[in-house]
Design a protein around this ligand. Structure first.
Ligand code: HMG
Length: 391
């Protein structure tokens, strides 16, 4: 049986939405000095989903290149992590399973714990592969982040999906034990079933995140994890990229180190490139950080990366990954750049219209405008059923 050390991320691909709203447009609308966005929270733009995009189309778009490269034969499980769920019963993963033509002999399930869900999915996938090393697990993290218009959270929206193929002898990153865990019952950010936009106590959420950094690290070290100096880089959950800086500074302080700005930038700077222009993608965020790091860094072969996954409410986990020799041949750097560059800029009015629209709940036939240029689209809500198309 494969050991933990030989299981991890074999392939990683992400997708983001059709549209993008630059923070300059938001600043112009609400009279905010744009430096607050560019410097204060570290965001340049945010992905905005088209009328015919949702977590299913984004998830399918992220996973399709993985299926194209590896086929479907070894995939026996799909775990779909999201906190922007479209149905209280049916897993969004079942729609993706269908759109991608995966075999019927597959288990599919949806997981939720705010932004932490994808890390739970990754750890559960590792357990499944450990039990049966002939199988691979497709983990999909897909979210569209939505706060109220004209609220402080509005500048921290975004949309993206990351798909990861988890298996034995991974080509990219081996995920290692132990994990440092932390759960606390806090109301920092939540979204009751009857609301489309999240509720948040912004400052409380930052404090809760930092407490979780401390709590996971304490548990991680008590369980015999690496020393801080053994890590070459750190991938943090990035609701906005400045949060990763706050978190790493807090971790250094907790460990009794000086918080040298240059050292913090060296440890996390390259992980923020995609999140700074995509925005908060909730479950996908920490793995977009990994994609940005792998795509940009000089050779990381054999290096340890620290991961801090935080989901409001709250659950957090700190764990380590080790970069596998030859990983660079398996990266999707160009496709990732294309996914970002192909987005079409929206003006503020068009963004606001998209933000406010929702399907009527009357069971009628409600086709969507054809806006996305992607392979998968949500064509209609018809008789309360979501109708998807593949081009
Ligand atoms: P705010 O009140 O609009 O902003 O809320 P602020 O007044 O706190 O300013 C933000 C920063 O910009 C400050 O820097 C200012 O000094 C600076 P800091 O003190 O933090 O270092 N600033 C400027 N800098 C340069 N030039 C200027 C300028 N003006 C001000 N002209 C907040 C910001 C993030 C709270 C808000 O956007 C919000 O509520 N966002 C949503 C919540 C959030 O993202 N929380 C993060 C932790 S919780 C989490 O990560 C989980 C989550 O992803 C959900 C999940 O798990 O599912 C959210």
């Amino acid at each position: 049986m494969a050991s933990d050390a030989a299981i991890g991320i074999h392939d990683l691909s992400f997708a983001t939405s059709e549209f993008v709203l630059p923070h300059t447009a938001l600043a112009e609308h609400n009279g905010t000095e744009v430096g607050k966005y560019h410097v204060g929270i570290g965001q340049r733009s945010m992905s905005v989903a088209a009328e015919d995009e949702d977590i299913v189309t984004l998830g399918a778009a992220a996973a399709a290149p993985i299926i194209a490269r590896h086929g479907t034969d070894e995939i026996r499980t799909v775990v779909f992590a999201t906190e922007s769920s479209i149905d209280q019963a049916k897993s969004a993963g079942v729609y993706v399973h269908s759109l991608l033509g995966l075999p019927t002999a597959t288990r599919v399930v949806e997981l939720k714990q705010a932004c932490y869900g994808a890390t739970a999915a990754l750890q559960f996938a590792i357990g499944l592969v450990h039990r049966d090393p002939t199988q691979r697990v497709l983990v999909i993290a897909s979210d569209i982040s939505k706060y109220e218009l004209d609220s402080p959270g509005e500048a921290t929206q975004g949309a993206a999906a990351v798909a990861m193929l988890v298996g034995p002898d991974p080509a990219l990153v081996r995920i290692e034990g132990p994990s440092g865990l932390f759960t606390a019952d806090v109301m920092d950010f939540w979204r009751p079933n009857y609301r489309e936009a999240a509720l948040v106590d912004g400052q409380e959420s930052i404090t809760a995140y930092l407490q979780a950094v401390e709590g996971t690290w304490k548990d991680y070290t008590e369980r015999g994890g690496h020393a801080l100096e053994e890590f070459s880089a750190f991938c943090y959950h990035q609701p906005f990229t400045k949060m990763a800086y706050k978190a790493h500074r807090h971790l250094l302080n907790t460990c009794g180190y000086d918080t040298d700005d240059a050292e913090i930038k060296r440890a996390i700077g390259q992980t923020t490139a995609y999140n700074a222009v995509i925005g908060n993608s909730y479950t996908a965020s920490v793995y977009l950080g990994l994609a940005a790091l792998l795509d940009q860094a000089d050779d990381l072969t054999g290096k340890s990366i620290g991961f801090l996954s935080y989901g409001s409410g709250s659950v957090a986990e700190f764990f380590a990954g080790s970069v596998v020799p030859g990983y660079r041949q398996h990266l999707r750097t160009e496709a990732h750049r294309e996914a970002i560059d192909r987005r079409r800029p929206l003006d503020y009015a068009a963004y606001r219209w998209l933000h406010q629209r929702s399907f009527p709940a009357d069971g009628g036939d409600h086709p969507t405008q054809e806006q996305t240029s992607g392979t998968f689209r949500l064509a209609a809500l018809r008789g309360h059923k979501r109708i998807y198309e593949r081009h």
